[in-house]
Design a protein around this ligand. Structure first.
Ligand SMILES: Cc1ncc(COP(=O)(O)O)c(C=O)c1O
Length: 279
């Protein structure tokens, strides 16, 4: 049985329900976070809380809870799940109002959180990806629940036998439909800089931190679609998938078509960081 948190109460998932006039339902008016739990420890809690704060601020909402209040909600939810590798999903919407665009009508946010086991897929052998025009809006740095473009993009990838769509806007890579992107060329690692076209991925930032700490050659810089196609290695990153090598792009091999040596090195460093992590 999954226990969830909804507006101050813990209850079985099957008993949790919300009003159909919730603005999350009628407008997609809300933000979310996905936070991995490794070994029952909340991974990069402060970073996720900071991103939540930024997302709420960007949509003119106040954070309903302090970090310590969120922390104790998460701790309770984690206890209800048997396995130690979990992922917390939390969502804050602007709450229930008449169906009117005006946000001043909103008084009480709807606050929902749950923790579920991470379904570990072994993607270490590499995945296929496609490239696609970035069809999303211009506030991609907000972790908004309004995810229809990403849903369509993931579906298009799946229709072509791929797991992810790598997005290109005005000739430059932004990110994946639900991941950040890294490429390697001549032993150097590149990832697009953070701006309004990219979600500031917590995994992305951690990978950049690891590269800096280990004095590896890397740069946060614009990457053209052409550079992506000619990369020696491509990786995508996200909290639940971690670092995944892309070995086929648009049905063509990436580099040798095998998982590359830089991925091996960086993934090992990431796994070491994870196993030594304590909040
Ligand atoms: C659009 C997008 N970019 C990047 C990411 C990766 O972010 P994180 O590493 O914080 O999971 C996600 C995660 O879902 C995403 O949806």
């Amino acid at each position: 049985m999954t226990t969830v948190y909804l507006n101050g109460e813990y209850k079985p998932l099957s008993e949790a329900s919300i009003n159909v006039l919730d603005r999350g339902f009628t407008f997609g008016d809300g933000v979310y976070e996905v936070i991995p739990i490794f070994n029952r420890t909340i991974f990069r809690f402060d970073e996720h809380m900071q991103r939540l704060e930024n997302s709420l601020k960007a949509i003119f909402m106040e954070n309903p809870y302090s970090s310590s209040e969120w922390f104790s909600i998460f701790e309770k939810l984690i206890e209800t799940v048997e396995v130690s590798e979990q992922s917390i999903y939390l969502q804050v919407t602007r709450g229930v109002t008449e169906r009117d665009h005006d946000i001043s009508l909103a008084e009480n946010p709807t606050i929902f959180a749950m923790s579920r086991p991470i379904e570990k897929k072994d993607l270490s052998g590499g995945i296929n990806a496609i490239t696609h025009e970035d069809i999303r809006w211009q506030y991609c740095d907000i972790k908004a629940i309004t995810l229809l473009p990403s849903v369509i993009l993931r579906h298009k990838a799946k229709q072509q036998g791929a797991k992810e769509a790598i997005l290109i806007r005005d000739g430059y890579i932004t990110e994946g439909a639900a991941s950040n992107v890294f490429i390697c060329k001549n032993n150097e690692i590149f990832t697009p800089p953070k701006n309004n076209n990219v979600l500031p991925g917590i995994t992305r930032d951690l990978v950049v931190e690891i590269l800096a700490d280990h004095k590896m050659a890397y740069s946060e810089t614009t990457i053209t679609g052409e550079e992506l196609l000619n990369a020696d290695e491509i990786w995508i990153t996200s909290s639940t998938w971690e670092i995944v090598p892309v070995t086929q792009l648009n049905n063509m091999p990436v580099g040798t078509g095998e998982v590359g040596p830089l991925w091996q090195t960086v993934n090992k460093l990431y796994q070491e960081f994870k196993s030594g992590y304590c909040h």
